[in-house]
Design a protein around this ligand. Sequence first.
Ligand code: SF4
Length: 322
Amino acid sequence: MEKLVEVEDLSVSYYSYRGVVHALNGVSLEVGQQETIGLVGETGSGKSTIGLAIVGLIPNPGRVDGGKISIDGEDLSGKSKDQMREFRRTKLALIFQDPSTALNPVLRIGDQLAEAFAAKRGISRKEAKKMAVDILAEVGISNPKVANQYPHELSGGMKQRVMIGMALTGNPELLIADEPTSSLDVTLQAQIMELLADVSKKKQMAVLLITHNIGVVSRYCERVAVMYAGNIVETGTTRNVLKFPAHPYTQGLLSAVKLGTRKQLTSIPGTVPDLINLIPGCPFAPRCSRVMDVCSKVKPRLTKVKDDQYAACHLYEGAMPA
Ligand code: SF4
């Protein structure tokens, strides 16, 4: 599969009143053309930060400390704000958990979509208005009257459909969907995920799906990456990682899911890592039942554990950095 996104050794930190929060600590990730990849992990593990870094929207006071992001082979480091805006306009789109925050409350839905079409595709207002109605139909809103409604008049599911339509206005190659169904009930979650799968296939678009929902990952993602304390600790095909998890953290997470009634990630025992005072060695060592001497001294790197599956753990040969 040809690569679309390459994230190499990316580190990002935020400034807080307590000190510097090391949100990403040398993360590497690839997304293939037209691939759907899931990014899972507990709250605060750095999943959303990866999404924001890819689209060049790390909020203040945060900064990229090191590493590189390339899209279609083009290195994004050093691009100006205007160049990044142009890149987002033509190649990238982002949708969030709460669509209400991304829609303008005082503009009608059709006008918001038309504005996005006109800005991203450089077309006339008249054409943009027609495309707005067409895109609503594409995301399953066939009643054209919705174009004349305001966001507060729509249900949560309808708003998320509009957001997906908004994301498609630029014909992106990559859609980053950050917990797109978390605020919806189970039936609507399934409908929105089906819609995402459908439009990504039709538009030949890759999707980076940030989620807590293992059920969603197993159904819609070809590959999955598991995050812990700003690191990717395991990655591979969804089948391998979910059926034969190699990293003790992934094993703990999946057994916590099996114990619960819903397929949502819950916390596993132990203290959540302190991202201000990073410990040396493996970040999972204080919670790991298989910890060894080396674990608290040397940070393991991702190493192959089987075909299409990698884990950052000293239980596997090759985890010792060169
Ligand atoms: S490196 Fe050591 S502490 Fe970390 S997950 Fe592996 S066995 Fe556990």
